[in-house]
Design a protein around this ligand. Sequence first.
Ligand code: GGG
Length: 368
Amino acid sequence: MSEVVKSDLRIALIPGDGVGTEVAAVGQAVVEAVAAATGSFTVEWTEFPWGCDFYERTGRMMDADGVERLRSFDAIYFGAVGWPTVPDHTSLWGLRLEICQGMDLWANVRPVEFLPCVRRNFGDESLVGHSWILVRENSEGEYSGVGGRNFAARPGAGQVAVESAMFTEVGCERIIRFAFELALERPVKRLIGVTKSNAQRYGMVLWDEIFERVSAEYPTVETESCLVDAMAAKMVLDPESLSVIVSSNLHGDVLSDLGSALAGSLGLGYSANLDPSMAAPSMFEPIHGSAPDIAGRGIANPFGAICSAGLMLRHLGHEREARMIEEAVVATAAASCLTPDLGGRATTAEVQDAMLQTLAGAGASRPA
Ligand code: GGG
């Protein structure tokens, strides 16, 4: 994912809703700490107040020209979307999907990592250091928005709703090829293509066929096609065997939540919504939502947001700085500085402090 090195970064910041605002602030502080420690880049942040509060005031989740305004940035750093006062389908379609589909950020990369000292209901210590990458198709499939409702005047007896999944050859091929390229970079060159093509015999069979066709171009990558139900079971029963997984929009959404939960918490999951051509700015965010149950209590897990910031720096060409963030996260976890969802007692602010201290030390010990 490493591309052009830019040393004066212009980042659009969209904290969004609930804990999104809390963890995005930590990610921002971590990026600033890396910039200070290395002197290798500066960041100009432009914050947008979009989200459910904005909706309550304006009737929109973001400004009408929001997508066009975002285009001029190098990247977008996002918190979370959703709040009980706004229907979930309104908030999601009005902001996150509006941005991803509006700019065709078609590759959603969602790593899962097993960190030290984290309380997990699953697996043992041998999983620490292991990682998977879930590659989620991010522009079409079940989230194409094709469908409608009718007969609203017949409530309780005759309403009809149709929700169609749309799979295009271009959409399937580009994400599958992207996943193969990613698998090539991994120590274990293994890729699983996920569908439900026994039950859904059009789009998902097209996906399977394209997966098989593209696989012929990557003879060094070991492949397997797996039904999504079997994939969920494999993640639980055979976690060591997995490397890269590629799936449709809905399946990737679900499997990445499962992956993060298996690794210890949804708060760990991080992601990049990429336009691999770099024509549009890519968007980086933790995979979790706004968590209204813990919002405002100062205990949200910031690791997902922090690691998303690391992915953002890597995407903008700052590989060394991305590694600094990843190493500081592992060190913070290894020191058991963990929020309650991971079995610890630390607050969000304490995790931030530990990260900043580690990064300052890493900067001080770096040769000039
Ligand atoms: N930071 C990610 C976020 O806010 N996710 C909320 C959500 O419901 N996402 C659904 C999706 O990823 O499609």
